[in-house]
Design a protein around this ligand. Structure first.
Ligand code: GAR
Length: 200
């Protein structure tokens, strides 16, 4: 069984979707813990409600990005995690985390990468007047939203879409795509095989 550690900073709808999906058969992977870097984030309450172990580790007390990630790695190793999922985790990770979990850190991002990296991806897509947007799950590397794409899902952008309405459509896609990718990784390899890029 693949042991998943989730890192999140905010609302946690992707965290909850992943936990719930992985609790339905076939049981291939399980979320063993959440680590949240924002003390007031709603995702913490979701973890309590779902009965998932929760670490709250504010980056504000860390001496450096590397010192913070060293603590993160300690938590993840204690929980025997073998796949790290960034689900609305709004911090760049350092080589400390990436070297501890080689090719075993994935992220979900609300755009069709390589378009619209970084913050406010939905806003960026609307400003660019695209007619199609979506989400991407990718391996994390040292760059911002630059790692190898694993899978994408797309949705039409309506002329009437606002940032909220498009974000909501993309969230629906994310809640399907992220569990699907984690299940595929768990089924096909444990953590280390490459997947072909797929787009739905
Ligand atoms: C998601 O849309 C996720 O793709 C995005 O944050 C949102 C978190 O929602 N992540 C990024 O923008 C990372 N660059 P959630 O807290 O409800 O899961």
């Amino acid at each position: 069984m693949l042991r998943v550690g989730v890192l999140a900073s905010g609302g946690g709808s992707n965290f909850e979707a992943l936990v719930s999906d992985l609790r339905t058969p076939p049981l291939l992977a399980t979320v063993v813990s959440l680590t949240c870097n924002v003390e007031s984030a709603p995702v913490i309450e979701r973890a309590h409600r779902l009965g998932v172990k929760c670490h709250v580790l504010s980056h504000r007390h860390a001496a450096s990005r590397e010192a913070f990630d060293t603590q993160l790695v300690d938590f993840l190793r204690t929980d025997n995690v073998n796949l790290v999922v960034l689900a609305g985790y709004m911090r760049l990770v350092s080589p400390v985390l990436l070297e501890a979990f080689p090719r075993a850190v994935i992220n979900i991002h609300p755009s069709l990468l390589p378009d619209f990296k970084g913050l406010h991806a939905v806003r960026q897509a609307l400003a660019a007047k695209v007619t199609t947007s979506g989400c991407t799950v990718h391996f994390v590397d040292a760059g911002m939203d630059t790692g190898q794409t694993i899978a994408q899902a797309s949705v039409a952008v309506a002329p009437s879409d606002t940032e909220d309405s498009l974000a909501s459509k993309i969230h629906q896609l994310e809640h399907q795509l992220l569990p699907r990718v984690v299940r595929t990784l768990a089924a096909e390899r444990g953590v280390h095989a490459d997947l072909q890029v797929s787009r739905t």
